[in-house]
Design a protein. Structure first.
Lengths: 118, 115
């Protein structure tokens, strides 16, 4: 079974600084996608960034980037120039194909609560 | 940006009662999902739904649960004979095409409390 582990229940960073959130996963699949979702106080989860397992190049979306280490099964999220609006729960998630060839449900980690200090 | 809407935001029920959680997915989406998050635990996949039938379900989604798209806009999760351990935040999500890399759009959740 696939598992996703986020070892940091909470992280704190000063505004404008850079922070890295850790995520590791366990799978025997070769084709999969990894995601970071943000859950602000409004509770609605929002996709931040995604990475295909076959792509060696790390994904980037503006201030958000990932460090994808496939051999180590690591998928960390880096937030540069942190802003107050980045304060949220961040969930790492994994998705692969099911036995029928369709997309499986997302497998989430427990989340990291990110605090931005002004 | 279009949103997935969930009602109610909070639901309190007595153990043994049936509850129906409601969701309005984004109008042109074809795939619908339910996830739940027990307090302090991971967000867990329950079920995915496409073309008026379940396409995938987890071990959690047993005979106590059912899903339905009763009309062209709503997507519901029914929990029969609720138990204390069903207390959780339930999230509905929808997506366009069900492919592996696509973005899921989540609602703001329904907090279910079983007393």
């Amino acid at each position: 079974a696939q598992t996703v582990t986020q070892s940091q229940p909470e992280m704190s960073v000063q505004e404008a600084e850079t922070v890295t959130l850790s995520c590791t996963y366990d799978t025997s699949e070769s084709d999969y996608y990894l995601f970071w979702y943000k859950q602000p106080p409004s509770r609605q989860m929002i996709l931040v960034i995604r990475q295909e397992a076959y792509k060696q190049q790390n994904a980037t979306e503006n201030r958000f980037s990932v460090n994808f280490q496939k051999a180590a099964k690591s998928f960390s999220l880096k937030i540069s120039d942190s802003q107050l609006g980045d304060a949220a729960m961040y969930f790492c998630a994994y998705r692969t194909l099911n036995s029928g060839g369709g997309a499986d449900g997302l497998t989430f980690g427990k989340g990291t609560h990110l605090i931005i200090q002004p | 940006e279009p949103e997935v809407t969930q009602t109610p935001s909070h639901q309190v029920t007595q153990m043994g009662q049936e509850v129906i959680l409601r969701c309005v997915p984004i109008s042109n989406h074809l795939y619908f999902y339910w996830y739940r998050q027990i307090l302090g635990q991971k967000v867990e996949f329950l079920v995915s739904f496409y073309n008026n039938e379940i396409s995938e379900k987890s071990e959690i989604f047993d005979d106590q649960f059912s899903v339905e798209r009763p009309d062209g806009s709503n997507f519901t999760l029914k929990i029969r004979s609720t138990k204390l351990e069903d207390s959780a935040m339930y999230f509905c999500a929808s997506s366009e095409s069900g492919v592996l890399n696509e973005k899921l759009f989540f609602g703001s959740g329904t907090q279910l409390s079983v007393l």
